[in-house]
Write a protein that binds this ligand. Sequence first.
Ligand code: UDP
Length: 258
Amino acid sequence: MPTAPAQKTEIMTASKAEPALKYKRVLLKMSGEVLMGDRDYGIDPVTLDRIANDVKEAVDMGVEVCVVVGAGNIFRGVSGASNGMERVTADYIGMLGTVMNALALQSAFEKVGLQARVQSAIPMQTVCEPFIRRRALRHMEKGRVVIFAAGSGNPYFTTDTPAALRATEMNCDALMKGTKVDGVYSADPQKHPDAIHYDSVSYLDVLTKDLKVMDATAISLARENDIPILVFNVRKPGNFAAVLRGTGRHTIVTDRKR
Ligand code: UDP
């Protein structure tokens, strides 16, 4: 029967077809607070494992992932300075906190079968690799998750700006900003239930309306380099991959026509 084999081929092709990936390489930015889970301080192992599984799901889809993590769960320079500590020293402590979080993430990633490397902007060669752009690119091409630690290596920054910087340096297609809420709203949705969720906003809107997506420097850097920022709820299991597939709720910050 001539028709039967043709039908079979068609079905096989359809089942093998991978949906085209819109974002092939992304940077995931998480604040340190995400790692706390429901705790008041530090790192929650259950949350860490859940994040590792979420990142694995994205890597298994064929997405190259790098990560920038903050240290709000351990130490922030501004709070140290407000308690009388010299600001630069306080910021160094903050940056060292991001290295601790990065090492914890590396370990969790390896536990779920991912290959991971930490690269620190402050060299500490017995603990992790120093930041070397070309080496980081090679890791990512090989499917390894690269975690960028110690922010920019400079005081007077938060980790938002180095997240935009690394996303640019790594030629990422998107900066994924993982937060507590599923996007950008006209007001705080936890205080104002009638707040409007935006599907898309421009960089200028974020800056002029002070929409608190990321630091102004980070937004400007992403704007100059035309890197879309996808704001999504990173606490919801499976949401990272869902947003990458285009099914998870999020807000995109971009000037591109959609
Ligand atoms: N930090 C810094 N330079 C950088 C990045 C971070 O000095 O390039 C310090 C700063 O003190 C900051 C702390 O590291 O408060 C932790 O980063 P962040 O506040 O961004 O953490 P998050 O709020 O994302 O958890």
